[in-house]
Write a protein that binds this ligand. Structure first.
Ligand SMILES: [Zn+2]
Length: 221
């Protein structure tokens, strides 16, 4: 027993203590001598208090900010709209062209105008039904429709316009709300629901914007 313990002792302290001691000595910290109890501080927050939010911020993977984030990450949007906005900007919406691109052939026709095949760009940017909605929304802010080539260009243009507008939040929220209502109207028609007119859908857009957590009194006609 004695020899066995001696062997362990030797193993830990014998051959290595000359290497370990300088290493430990370098880590010696002078602790202040106060008559007070120790306290735990969480280094992940400025207050020292632990929270799951600060914990998540410590471990999450940080991607660079995208230029369109003020249009999508708005507290005035409902969670469902929030998620739709993210899917929209990443082209994660199952339009006919995106489904076909995954290897599922489709006979396609736009349910909103009935004049063209349905593509992501057509349904959100170039369809006459959608353009009428975008134009009506922008009329409320006295801004003319840009006639963009794609949604990405529209988002960058909307960000630039946002800087010069005094009513920034309703303008920002409108980007996702208009697109969301276009997509919901498309889905209603695609699944044999009722077809609503442009003016009817626009009334719904105004209601959705006014549901945002800001005061719109006198801002939208
Ligand atoms: Zn169309």
């Amino acid at each position: 027993m004695h020899s066995a313990l001696g062997g362990v002792s030797c193993f830990i302290f014998g051959p290595y203590h000359f290497m370990l001691l300088p290493c430990l000595a370098a880590k010696l910290i002078r602790l202040p001598q106060f008559d007070m109890d120790d306290q735990c501080f969480w280094s992940g927050s400025s207050s020292g208090a632990f929270s799951t939010f600060s914990s998540w911020n410590e471990i999450r993977r940080r991607n660079p900010k995208v230029p369109w984030f003020p249009l999508v990450w708005s507290k005035a949007l409902q969670l469902r709209q929030f998620v739709f906005g993210w899917r929209l900007m990443h082209k994660k919406i199952p339009t006919d062209d995106i489904i076909s691109h995954k290897g599922i052939p489709l006979v396609s026709k736009c349910n909103l105008c009935g004049l063209d095949v349905e593509s992501f760009n057509h349904i959100f940017i170039s369809c006459s039904f959608s353009v009428a909605l975008w134009k009506q929304f922008m009329d409320c802010f006295g801004i003319l429709w840009l006639d963009p080539s794609d949604l990405h260009q529209l988002s960058l243009w909307s960000i630039r316009k946002r800087r010069i507008l005094s009513v920034k939040d309703p303008w920002s929220v409108g980007f996702v709300v208009v697109a969301d209502n276009i997509w919901r109207e498309r889905n209603e028609r695609r699944h044999d629901g009722p077809s609503r007119s442009v003016s009817h859908v626009f009334e719904k857009i105004k209601c959705d914007v006014q549901d945002g957590k800001f005061n719109l009194q006198g801002m939208i006609k």
